[in-house]
Design a protein around this ligand. Sequence first.
Ligand SMILES: [Zn+2]
Length: 180
Amino acid sequence: MNLATNEQYQIIKAKNPTYQDSFCYGNFNTKIFCLVTCNSKKPLQKNCIIFENIDEAFANSYRPCKGCTHIPTAQHQYTTNWIVELEQYLSENYYYDLNLDFLADNIGINKYHLVHRFKEVYQTTPINYLIEKRLAAAHTLIQNGLSISDAAFRVGFKSYHYFARCFKKHYHYSPGEIKK
Ligand SMILES: [Zn+2]
């Protein structure tokens, strides 16, 4: 992990695919990282952190940008102990754009069977589990001073209003009422 050199920053600005596997970069302020070829807005050079690979970025608590979220999810391999792995996977990757079809396809089972088995073990559906993880993470972020909409987006909600509704239902008070 180091600040981008002039040379590295030029590669990022040019989205040079030759360097796709050489490094990835993150924004120090937002703690979001991207592949070299990503089309997202680039961080300023003074905020641009270079990682050797995505594992290093994850190890430093950076998360991929919306355009780069397919990378880690595609790498996950489920074994026969998929129900426990799925729970772990959801708790670590709750901010990704995950849905039942994607999860069922990756595990290689029918999605109705997936929901049924998950519910037997965890007394909730995978999607509700995901939402609760997101709400808890957003709660902490807001408490730590992040704005409500930034927190909602960062934990994986796509709609502010949907976030506010889920939050109120779960905590019985609105995100604006969180004591900082
Ligand atoms: Zn990106």
